[in-house]
Ligand binder design. Structure first.
Ligand code: NAD
Length: 288
């Protein structure tokens, strides 16, 4: 269902690689809601992915930009303003990549050159993007900037590896830059902390199937899908959330506030049931 929530709004969408990408689904939903945008991705991803299909479908142009290059980002913002015919109202940063994860290096045995590259791509790129937008005064008043993140920024998920640290940095940048963007330009900045989602970036994490199934069983509403994430981002780009800023917003079916669910407990006890329950032991003691 469409509500025309983004009619007349202009934006930049980073990170649509293929139809599974959170950014891809978001672009489709924004298009349905009347928003227009330019799509961008790293030049190599443009060659590998299928983004031209999305551009055609949503009547949008693609501007290549490596999010670690200030020159590319400056060119992107200038071109986006020119193509869309005015300042930008919304920006989606949907970028993540760890070379250590890709190469199978565990957290305890990192190649620090890979660590630096992963941090630059996944976290510093958010600062770079906001810095270019801020210094060019390219975002309209009451504009909205969203970055995607994961709960490993707060809690331990061993196989999420150095991406956990990158996400913690990304969330901090959202708050720090969000302050200046809010104070000086009336622009809001938030991160959305999404459930595990079957995409190219997600499935690169070791043991991803376990991640996905566990989170689904733990969450009272089940995992949030990429399309549901897109819906949520649409609300954050709309005028209905003007005073939401500096927040890390969990979009995870309730996972982040759970301790244990009955489904997880039942599964766990299938393999770990003691010969005698605590209740039985207490009863026995009392009889003595
Ligand atoms: N999939 C999940 O389980 C999950 C959960 C929570 C948060 N996230 C986050 O959502 C965001 C989107 O990921 P996704 O799951 O849709 O996967 P995806 O693989 O579809 O998207 C990741 C994107 O990052 C882009 N990218 C990589 N290096 C880049 C560079 N140098 N410059 C510009 N773009 C570059 C890729 O080309 C790709 O389009 C990421 O920030 C990811 O960490 C994903």
């Amino acid at each position: 269902m469409a509500y025309n929530l983004l009619k007349g709004k202009r934006g930049i969408i980073f990170g649509a690689l293929d139809a599974n990408s959170i950014a891809w689904k978001t672009a489709e939903r924004i298009h349905e809601e009347g928003g227009k945008f330019v799509l961008t991705n790293a030049p190599i991803a443009l060659r590998m992915g299928t983004i031209s299909e999305l551009a055609e479908k949503t009547n949008s142009q693609i501007i290549p930009a490596d999010a670690t290059s200030m020159m590319d980002l400056e060119n992107l913002v200038d071109k986006a303003v020119e193509i869309l015919g005015g300042k930008i109202d919304f920006v989606l940063h949907s970028i993540g990549m760890s070379v250590n994860v890709r190469r199978g290096n565990p957290y305890t045995h990192q190649d620090y050159n890979f660590t630096k590259t992963g941090w630059d791509v996944s976290a510093l790129s958010f600062h770079r993007t906001m810095s270019v937008l801020y210094n060019k005064d390219a975002v309209s008043e009451w504009g909205s900037i969203v970055g995607l993140t994961y709960m490993a920024a707060q809690r331990v998920f061993p196989d999420y590896n150095d991406m956990a640290d990158n996400k913690a940095y990304l969330e901090s940048v959202a708050r720090s830059f969000g302050y200046f963007f809010g104070r000086d330009k009336k622009v809001r900045v938030n991160t959305v902390s999404q459930s595990p989602t079957p995409t190219t970036a997600g499935s690169g994490v070791k043991g991803f199937d376990g991640f996905l199934a566990y989170a689904d069983k733990m969450s009272p509403l089940g995992n949030a899908t990429a399309l549901e994430c897109a819906d949520y981002i649409v609300t954050l780009f709309s005028d209905l959330t003007k005073k939401v800023t500096l927040q890390n917003l969990f979009h995870d079916g309730g996972f982040s506030n759970m301790g244990v669910s009955t489904a997880i407990m039942e599964d766990f006890m299938k393999n770990n049931a003691p010969e005698e329950t605590v209740a039985e032991k207490v009863k026995k003691e009392r009889k003595k």
